[in-house]
Ligand binder design. Structure first.
Ligand SMILES: [Zn+2]
Length: 476
């Protein structure tokens, strides 16, 4: 036997004997075994930095894309950008066999802090319909904002190239639509570019509010905003890392949910944080040249973005942004001062890097839209004290469901470290593993091995009320 096959045999034996001890000894996140879906690998391959560069240069050529700028000039202003993007998404839809439709979602924005007079805003929304009847109403949204600004957010005349903020995210979304339109997914994917971000997240808010009113099942939303600069103001060049921001405590958490969380933990286990962990595992699996840097915050320190209106309405959402920002090239009038070039110009954007960020997005979106839904009703049974952990959930409705996996980690671990396939069942007991000592989660797996995002269980049975009794010491 050759040494290499001896090694392989030894590895197989190790895994068969003790899969859990191997996963635990790694001390690091789990590997997703199915990171080799051939269609997803093709999507990742087909994403092309040249198309991204072409989109960014075209958007910059409109001079300004300030939300308050000219709407009817074919050459300059946000109207020209809107119409060009609409035409490009229509072109992308041509390969979809009628599954992708493109819509101009227009609305009148009333006067607001950064909107001096009522203004028409138009979201460009390309919807790629899912083909599995049980999953087609499950929607994944990927977005970038196509508006831009110079130093003043209400200056509609100045040049505002916005090559990085946010032609980079817009170009990434358009390129994903172009590549993914010809592939089929179980669930629905919305490729969206919005205006009004710099005016107060207005386009994204309109879309999220309408989705809430229509009770659209948005299972996840990604915003790509400032994903193109790889040389930071700190002098650090990083072409292989992207930040993914996720909030810990949900923006829409109710008082009752907060009481439960204080009783059983979970401040690090919102649906958005599970989504971020999923992106790290999936994205790095398909795009090994990229590292996903999980940031356990809603957004950058004291700042915001288009995922917020989604979070506030209860839709899981994350933000993608480069690692080291360069503030001389954000929200600046284009000028040279003391020999320093200011302004958000294409020469400071790394097109190959944006393509890699788009690949991480696309691999994650494709996996989400091929995988089963997150299991519903995931609970830990709390009736009676036990050193075992009893988990329970509802059966998924997809016909290609294969079963479920329990995942777990130490309470101090930032990411899931262990997983155990438990078959096509709706209850499982983790023998000898106390819910006091680990965090548990459940995810669904289909017959092709596509895994859903993990669900963090809620307690079922004896729950939080015990902590609400008034302590005796509070009586006068
Ligand atoms: Zn932005």
């Amino acid at each position: 036997m050759k040494p290499i096959s001896l090694l392989a045999l030894a590895l197989v034996i190790l895994f068969v004997i003790s899969p859990q001890s191997i996963a635990q000894s790694s001390g690091r996140r789990m590997q997703i075994p199915n990171s080799r879906n051939r269609n997803i690998a093709s999507i990742v391959r087909e994403i092309d930095a040249k198309n991204i560069e072409r989109t960014i240069r075209q958007l910059v050529a409109f001079g300004t894309r300030n939300t308050l700028s000219e709407q009817n000039d074919p050459k300059r202003g946000i109207g020209a950008a809107r119409d060009w993007l609409y035409a490009e998404f229509l072109k992308a839809a041509e390969t979809s066999g009628g599954r992708m439709t493109v819509e101009k979602q227009s609305f009148e924005q009333p006067k607001a802090q950064r909107v001096p007079q009522p203004t028409i805003l138009t979201n460009i929304v390309a919807t790629l319909k899912g083909i599995q009847p049980e999953s087609a109403d499950r929607v994944y949204v990927v977005s970038g904002h196509y508006d831009s600004m110079c130093t003043s957010p209400t200056d509609a005349k100045c040049d505002a190239p916005g090559a990085n903020d946010d032609a980079s995210g817009t170009a990434a979304v358009l390129e994903m639509a172009r590549v993914m339109a010809k592939y089929q997914f179980d669930a629905t994917i919305v490729f969206m570019t919005v205006p009004g971000e710099e005016q107060g997240l207005l386009g994204a808010t309109h879309f999220a509010e309408e989705a809430k009113q229509k009770t659209t099942n948005i299972d996840a939303m990604f915003t790509n905003d400032i994903v193109g600069n790889t040389l930071g103001g700190n002098g650090i060049r990083d072409r292989s890392t992207v930040r993914v921001f996720s909030e810990g405590i949900p923006s829409n958490e109710t008082t009752a949910e907060a009481n439960t969380r204080r009783s059983v933990g979970g401040e690090n286990d919102s649906a958005s944080r599970q989504l971020a962990r999923f992106i790290e595992e999936t994205g790095e699996g398909y795009v090994p040249q990229m590292k996903v840097m999980l940031i356990y915050r809603r957004d950058r320190y004291g700042r915001g973005g288009d995922h917020q209106p989604f979070l506030e309405r209860g839709f899981p959402a994350v933000r993608f942004t480069e690692v080291n920002e360069e503030y001389r090239h954000q929200h600046q009038n284009v000028r040279i001062e003391n020999g320093v070039q200011y302004g958000d110009l294409p020469e400071f954007v790394d097109f190959a890097y944006i393509a890699n960020v788009a690949r991480v997005n696309a691999a994650s979106l494709a996996t989400l839209a091929l995988a089963p839904a997150r299991p519903k009703g995931v609970s830990i049974l709390t009736a009676g004290l036990s050193n075992d952990t009893d988990l329970k959930w509802e059966a998924n409705k997809e016909p290609d469901i294969a079963g479920y996996e329990i995942v777990w980690r130490d309470t101090t671990s930032p990411v899931w470290t262990n997983s155990k396939p438990v078959g096509n069942v709706t209850t499982f007991t983790m023998k000898g593993m106390s819910k006091d000592n680990y965090f548990f989660g459940v995810r669904a797996v289909d017959k092709e091995g596509n895994r859903s995002v993990v669900v963090y269980p809620k307690p079922l049975g004896r729950t939080a009320p015990a902590v609400n009794t008034t302590p005796a010491s509070s009586s006068p």
